[in-house]
Design a protein around this ligand. Structure first.
Ligand SMILES: Cc1cc2nc3c(=O)[nH]c(=O)nc-3n(C[C@H](O)[C@H](O)[C@H](O)COP(=O)(O)O)c2cc1C
Ligand SMILES: [Mn+2]
Length: 488
């Protein structure tokens, strides 16, 4: 059975001893962040945290809910995240079409035909309380994460685990993305969707039509729904359909009070509102998941028309900063869940590792079954053309006998196998909005390293040496005589 809401997940973590309660009063301005940071940096990601008594607000705050491999798996109700990848592989194997292009075209349909389409409901827990006359964001325990966050005229509070719902004005297709929300005042916020993201695509269309854009920011839902907001799905796939697939039950959606946008009925809180085409304001700076402040920049402005919430709402937040942090475990789940989708197109890919230190867009280690000259370089260019893989600033391609999950072994193989002039590809192109090293915002260069064994066709004039392995015969002999040597 899927979790009914966030509270059920929190109760489960509590019953398993995976959540710690803080009963004394804590300040949402920086204090919760520092406690959460220390917890995230403790072995294995520490515990989830539940702050019962938050200064200036009647609602509790939960942090670090997804911040360990165990809690992330519990969030998606599996023993191991690889179980989700296995379900996706199954789904794809059921697909009737045979050719790759047919399968790719089917992808949205695969999820759509399934029994997990979102379901509309009329009454919703997230609308137990409706604040329409004088909505006020300052009643909620929105945290300030890092000292340099925000502008002098605001408190530097950001909603860090939001689910932003919008609709394509042409097709009516919904989207949900996790884009941080900078609180300017009681009824105004920033809308930090990077220009590469689906929410920004929708906004562009409203701008072209010169129409006001409705949107809603939901906070807190069952964990599969929260996760789905962060998943790098193709634009054609509704995140709520994907969430339904993950939780194996349709997500119940309710219409907003002041617009036609639909939000998960079990949300803890929903901020309804609109964006004016063309209106922008400085958003940030914000201590980001790169471990640096992402620079302040102009982003669209969101105006609040109504806030709805549960009577006994819980406000969930995440703290991002220098890895390891909670979002690393969310990212690792994405690495596992999206591998089968990448393999649909790139059948030669064996495994992929996005090291936490690379904060996801900065580095990917990929093993492939190489079968023709230039194969690794084809993968490098192919991945840079694929959805959010376009942000991969470093792609390292190795042969299929390398376990890319073993960084030390992979580094040894790469450093030995590479002739830099021959094996490195450097390309210009879009880079992640958060990249601060490129000379221009959102435009810079990326590097691909072909660390596979080189063949004559690739210009290698010498034989490739064999890796060292002891013979089985000698290993068995030493095993059997080990005690005799008196070394233990
Ligand atoms: C904690 C967290 C915060 C994020 N903040 C942002 C953000 O502020 N802006 C953004 O464009 N993407 C942000 N992302 C990444 C997006 O959620 C992600 O790229 C997602 O795929 C976007 O959805 P979309 O493909 O429907 O646009 C964040 C992800 C996480 C896990
Ligand atoms: Mn999307």
């Amino acid at each position: 059975m899927a979790y009914n809401d966030l509270k059920e997940f929190i109760d489960l973590l509590d019953s398993k001893g995976l959540l710690k309660r803080v009963k004394v009063e804590v300040d949402p301005i920086l204090e919760i962040a520092e406690i959460t940071d220390r917890m995230s940096k403790s072995p294995g990601g520490g515990s989830a945290l539940y702050f019962e008594n938050v200064k200036g607000s009647e609602y509790p705050v939960a942090t670090n809910l997804f911040g360990s491999f165990e809690r992330m798996a519990l969030a998606l109700q599996v023993g191991n995240i690889n179980d989700v990848a296995a379900r996706i592989r199954d789904l794809m194997n059921q697909a009737p079409p045979n050719t790759l292009m047919e399968k790719l075209a089917m992808l949205p349909k695969l999820f759509e035909f399934s029994k997990y389409l979102p379901k509309k409901v009329k009454r919703a827990p997230c609308q137990e309380v409706i604040e329409k006359d004088a909505p006020d964001l300052s009643k909620f325990p929105v945290i300030k994460c890092w000292p340099g966050d925000g502008q002098p005229e605001d408190e530097g509070r950001f909603i860090t685990l939001p689910m932003v719902f919008t609709k394509d004005p042409e097709t009516g297709r919904p989207n949900c993305g996790m884009y941080r929300i900078h609180i300017y005042d009681k009824t105004t916020t920033g809308m930090h969707w990077h220009i590469h993201k689906d929410g920004a695509r929708h906004y562009d269309k409203y701008k072209a039509l010169n129409q006001r854009m409705p949107a809603a920011i939901a906070v807190g839902s069952d964990p599969a729904v929260i996760y789905a907001a962060s998943a790098p799905l193709p634009e054609a796939i509704d995140e709520m359909l994907f969430a339904g697939f993950l939780r194996e039950e349709p997500v119940e959606m309710v219409k907003c009070v002041t617009s036609d946008i639909e939000v998960p009925a079990n949300s803890e809180m929903v901020v309804e509102g609109y964006l004016e085409p063309g209106e922008s304001r400085i958003e940030g700076p914000f201590g980001d998941h790169t471990g640096f402040y992402s620079a302040a920049d102009y982003y669209p402005v969101f105006h609040v028309t109504c806030i709805t919430h549960k009577k006994k709402m819980i406000y969930p937040a995440t703290l991002v900063g220098k890895p390891p942090m909670e979002d690393c475990y969310i990212g690792k789940a994405t690495e596992r869940i999206f591998l089968p989708l990448l393999q649909l197109e790139f059948t030669e890919i064996i495994d992929m590792h996005l090291p936490m230190e690379g904060v996801f867009h900065n580095a990917a280690l990929i093993s492939i079954k190489k079968s023709y000259p230039g194969h690794a370089k084809k993968i490098i260019h192919g991945l840079w053309g694929k959805g959010q893989m376009m942000f991969a600033k470093l792609l390292i391609i190795v042969d299929d006998d390398v376990d890319v999950q073993n960084i030390s072994y992979t580094a040894w193989r790469v450093l030995n196998n590479v002739d830099w002039k021959r094996d490195v590809v450097i390309a210009d192109g879009p880079v992640d909005d958060l990249d601060h090293a490129s000379s221009f915002p959102r435009y810079g260069s990326k590097m691909g390293i072909d660390a596979t064994r080189k063949t004559k066709e690739e210009g290698m004039t010498r034989d490739w040496p064999d890796e060292l392995f002891m013979s089985d015969e000698i290993k068995t002999l030493v095993d059997s005589r080990w005690k005799e040597y008196g070394l233990d």
